[in-house]
Design a protein around this ligand. Structure first.
Ligand SMILES: C[C@@]1(CC(=O)O)c2cc3[nH]c(cc4nc(cc5[nH]c(cc(n2)[C@H]1CCC(=O)O)[C@@](C)(CC(=O)O)[C@@H]5CCC(=O)O)C(CC(=O)O)=C4CCC(=O)O)c(CCC(=O)O)c3CC(=O)O
Ligand SMILES: NC(=O)C1=CN([C@@H]2O[C@H](COP(=O)(O)OP(=O)(O)OC[C@H]3O[C@@H](n4cnc5c(N)ncnc54)[C@H](O)[C@@H]3O)[C@@H](O)[C@H]2O)C=CC1
Length: 194
């Protein structure tokens, strides 16, 4: 069986400059999922034209829109770029320029040209679960996201907050703390070896 070998990280996108190129259906989808998970994301969208949806979303979140065709200077000072135009040659050019500048790049319609994928995301307070199917089935990533939204209890965040308070009160060295926390949380899962 093929295994997913992608390494997930949780980016502080308020501290990174993110550029989305393309303001149509896909640009809107990428921007809305980014903002849903990270309302404080530092993101700019550039495109020749923008859909009504993306204009409305950008207004609510105060996201700058740049009305212009793609040129490589749009990548200046960016950390990450998402290419979402409907012109494959432009998307390829964005990919080429981004690699020259060592930026992380996602070309929405071409998994081979992606350094990273956007995943399905479930958020419950401080807890966040990210889902990827290795680019094989975005629809399945969406369904799994919906499944975990249902099954992860809303109060998981209360447990996390309480454990955070407890964690700060425990005295002792690192391994004593680990052992106390492991004992306390043992019943959270059905079967455990530690
Ligand atoms: C590789 C990847 C690159 C990337 O975009 O990062 C990619 C690629 C492509 N998506 C396509 C289509 C669709 N994408 C969705 C939905 C989502 N797509 C997302 C991620 C990813 N999509 C990355 C892989 C993630 C992984 O590893 O699993 C999600 C999870 C996150 C997000 O977009 O933020 C978000 C769900 C969010 C949620 O609801 O939680 C739906 C479903 C729907 O909208 O109902 C459809 C239509 C049905 C279908 O085709 O399956 C096509 C075909 C385009 C065409 O035919 O032209 C390609 C291109 C290709 O695969 O070649
Ligand atoms: N990854 C995914 O989830 C999906 C990917 N796709 C693919 O993504 C691509 C984009 O699709 P849509 O967003 O539906 O297209 P669209 O027609 O809704 O939007 C295209 C956008 O690209 C902009 N654009 C085109 N050329 C440009 C240039 N030279 N410089 C700047 N902006 C430019 C347009 O102004 C417009 O804002 C298509 O090739 C499609 O096959 C489609 C569906 C899902």
């Amino acid at each position: 069986m093929m295994k997913n070998d992608l390494y997930p990280v949780f980016l502080k996108v308020s501290k990174l400059n993110v550029m989305i190129i393309g303001g149509g259906t896909v640009g809107f989808e990428k921007l809305s999922f980014l903002l849903k998970s990270s309302p404080n994301a530092n993101v700019v969208v550039a495109a020749k034209e923008f859909s009504k949806d993306i204009i409305a979303l950008a207004k609510v979140h105060k996201i700058p829109l740049m009305w212009r065709p793609y040129t490589s200077n749009l990548l200046h000072k960016q950390h990450m770029v998402i290419a979402a135009t409907n012109d494959l040659n432009v998307n390829k050019e964005i990919h080429y320029d981004a690699k020259q500048k060592q930026l992380l790049v996602n070309v929405a319609d071409t998994p081979d040209l992606c350094d990273f994928y956007l995943g399905g995301i479930v958020t419950k307070g401080n807890v966040k679960v990210a889902i990827s199917t290795n680019g094989k089935s975005p629809t399945m990533a969406k369904r799994l996201r919906q499944f975990f939204e249902e099954v992860i209890p809303e109060n998981v965040d209360d447990l996390v907050e309480n454990l955070n308070i407890y964690r700060r009160t425990i005295k002792g060295n690192f391994s004593e703390k680990v052992s106390r926390l492991n004992k306390l949380t043992q019943s959270f899962i059905l079967r455990t070896n530690d």
